[in-house]
Write a protein that binds this ligand. Sequence first.
Ligand code: ADP
Ligand code: NA
Length: 327
Amino acid sequence: VSRPRVLSGIQPTAGSFHLGNYLGALRQWVALQDTHEAFYCVVDLHAITVEQDPKVLRANTRVSAAQLLALGIDPERSALFVQSHVPEHAQLGWVMQCLTGFGEASRMTQFKDKSARAESAIGVGLFTYPILQAADILLYQAHHVPVGEDQRQHLELTRDLAQRFNSRFGKTFRLPEPHIVKDTAKIFDLQDPTSKMSKSVPAGVVELLEDPKRSAKKIRSAVTDTGREIVYDPENKAGVSNLLVIYSALTGRSVDELVADYDGKGYGDLKKDLGEVFTEFVTPVQAKVAEYLADPAELDKVLARGSERAREVASRTLARVYEKVGF
Ligand code: ADP
Ligand code: NA
């Protein structure tokens, strides 16, 4: 029996992933390997939608792959690859661009956010990026796409494009479903617990590859509120609630259990303990990342095998698409 397919990607831009990436998406990537045929990629084509230093990009692509392996992506079971190694992504991306309305693309809120924050000139690639992402997913006929809440709109675009292609040219693409785990779909910034943790706001971001002492310090100075009660109340206690969600996700203990445990204790205790919990989680991950990076030739071999597996599926889909559009 063939298993349902799963596809997801992550940008190598920052080098280190952050806790929002891990809890919102990457943890699900790892878990879904048990039930799905998985395709996971480091999306370097997406990375050049903003200016990149070529040396840094190449290094960060390896660092990203090393982190995925260290977090539990198993290259024996899953295809782990680099997006630019599979040319079908760019090729299907073009077909999908020709299917997308200009107004439709203009409605993507991530573009509005990113272009408003951009420090240099904005390229068309930043605008069409969700369309390439649609191609990433549709190439593999993915049933499920594990992502954080911020990707929901892009998944809707992907489904719309798949449906449009199917109705214009005949059934070709499976309509993918987002796989969004509600509890951890949006991890908030530690310094501004009303906005999502993101690599573009370094102060409140916990990075997987930074010194855990630095992470513990960031957690200790997380913005909370002037109250003293440790309860889960995202509306009025965004900071404390965010810490409870992270704590719960990293330990597997429920938020209710934690709230009961911390009854009568202060925010300082919660933050100090969470710093330790995070350190315990991340220390072995960092050790494994260092091991993978110590042997770049082996790492490149793993990625080459991954792209071979990915191409088998991607080239089949692209051939059908090309045939249908009249190439
Ligand atoms: P960033 O948002 O920091 O630029 P990416 O866009 O590379 O990171 O996101 C990679 C994955 O991590 C996506 O699936 C995204 O939805 C998820 N993700 C990013 N930030 C968060 C967050 N704060 N909480 C939950 N998931 C997140
Ligand atoms: Na994002």
